[in-house]
Design a protein around this ligand. Structure first.
Ligand code: GDP
Length: 306
C-alpha cells in the first residue's frame, strides 16, 4: 500500500502572522521552532508515543499549507501545541506512529538489476536516489551508523544496481544508482531512467522515495526534473536536502542552504497537490539523521497497519 500525501491543510487552524521574508506570497504563516526535539535519544526511542519535545528561541517560518501532516494525525489536538510537533529542520508533523525509529542492525542483502529480482518478503522499503556526489553513501552510512556499509553500493558492478539493506530485520533501505553522472554514456543513462522508473512504478512495498538534493548549491535542472516526474506520477516522495553544513554563501552560488531549500520547493510546487515532506540534513554534523528515522518510522508503521 502506498502512503499518499494528505489533502491541503485548512489555514483556519493556525496562527496568522505577517510574512517577513521568503514567504511573502503566503497569507498565513506558522512560527516553527528550529529545535523541537529534546535529545537524539528521545528522537529514536522505541516507545509507542512521540518523544518529549522542547522549543528554543530561534525560529524558521513555514507556511501552514506547506506542512506535511502524516495520515491519522490530528492537528487540532490541543495537548501539545502544533509548533512543538514539527520535526527539527523539516516541515513534518510528528505523528502517533513514530515508534521504533532506531537502527539497531543493518545488513547488505542483495543487488538486483531488475525490479522482479528484488527481495520478495514483503517488508516495507525506502529508496534513496539522487545525483552522483549528492552525498547518498554518506547519508546511508550515517543513518545506519556504519562507516562503510554503503561502500557495497559503490563496488564495481553494483553502481547501476538496486541495492537492498535490511534494517532491524524488518524493513529495507534501498540504494538506487546515482543519476546525472556526466561520464556515463548516454545509452546507460537512458537505461537507468527506464529501470529506475519501472522500480518506482511497480514496487508495491515502496513506502516513499527519498530524493536527495544538494542544498549547498542552487537547484539543478535534473533534480527538478526528477522531483516533478515523481510528483506527476504520484509516487510518494520525501526531499532530503544534503550538505546543509556548507554555509559559505560566496562559494555556494550566493545563497545559504535555507534559501536553496526554499527555492527548490517553489520550483516544484506546481507538480504536487500537497506539499511533499522535506528534511534538512548534513552527514558531517548528523543534522537531520534522527528526523529522517522518525519520519521513516511513522510512514512505515502507518503502512504496516493499513
Ligand atoms: P554519493 O556519490 O551521492 O554517494 O556521494 P558521497 O556520499 O560519496 O559524497 C560525495 C562527496 O560529498 C564526498 O566528498 C563527501 O565527503 C561529501 N559530502 C557528503 N555528504 C556531505 C555533507 O553532509 N556535508 C559536506 N560538507 N560534505 C558532504
Amino acid at each position: 500500500m502506498v502512503v499518499t500525501h494528505l489533502p491541503k491543510l485548512h489555514t483556519h487552524f493556525f496562527i496568522s502572522t505577517p510574512a517577513p521574508s521568503l514567504y511573502t506570497h503566503h497569507l498565513s504563516l506558522l512560527r516553527i521552532p528550529k529545535s523541537t526535539l529534546t535529545t537524539a535519544a528521545a528522537a529514536t526511542s522505541s516507545t509507542t508515543h512521540p518523544p518529549p519535545i522542547s522549543t528554543t528561541d530561534t525560529h524558521i517560518q513555514i507556511p501552514l499549507q506547506n506542512l506535511f501532516v502524516p495520515p491519522e494525525t490530528d492537528i487540532s489536538a490541543t495537548s501539545t501545541p502544533l509548533t512543538a510537533r514539527i520535526l527539527k529542520g523539516s516541515n513534518i508533523v510528528l505523528s502517533k506512529y513514530a515508534n521504533d525509529a532506531q537502527v539497531v542492525q543493518a545488513e547488505f542483502v542483495k543487488s538486483s538489476v531488475r525490479t522482479e529480482d528484488c527481495p520478495s518478503d514483503g517488508l516495507p522499503e525506502f529508496a534513496l536516489v539522487g545525483r552522483s556526489n549528492v552525498g547518498k553513501s554518506s547519508l546511508l552510512n550515517s543513518l545506519v551508523r556504519r562507516k562503510r556499509l554503503a561502500l557495497t553500493s559503490k563496488k564495481p558492478g553494483k553502481t547501476q544496481c538496486i541495492n537492498h539493506f535490511r534494517i532491524n530485520d524488518s524493513w529495507y533501505l534501498v540504494d538506487l544508482p546515482g543519476y546525472g553522472y556526466a561520464a556515463a554514456p548516454q545509452e546507460l543513462r537512458t537505461d537507468w531512467n527506464k529501470f529506475t522508473k519501472d522500480y518506482f512504478q511497480s514496487r508495491s512495498t515502496l513506502v516513499s522515495v527519498f530524493l536527495l538534493v544538494d542544498a549547498s548549491i542552487p537547484a539543478k535542472k535534473i533534480d527538478l526534473e526528477y522531483a516533478s516526474w515523481l510528483g506527476e506520477n504520484q509516487i510518494p516522495m520525501t526531499l532530503i536536502f544534503t550538505k546543509c553544513d556548507k554555509r559559505k554563501k560566496k562559494k555556494n552560488g550566493g545563497k545559504r542552504p535555507e534559501e536553496n531549500v526554499e527555492d527548490f520547493q517553489g520550483l516544484i510546487r506546481d507538480f504536487f497537490q500537497t506539499a511533499p515532506p522535506w528534511i534538512m540534513t548534513s552527514s558531517v554534523t548528523n543534522q537531520g539523521r534522527d528526523e529522517i528515522l522518525l519520519h521513516m518510522a511513522q510512514l512505515r508503521n502507518y503502512w504496516l497497519k493499513h
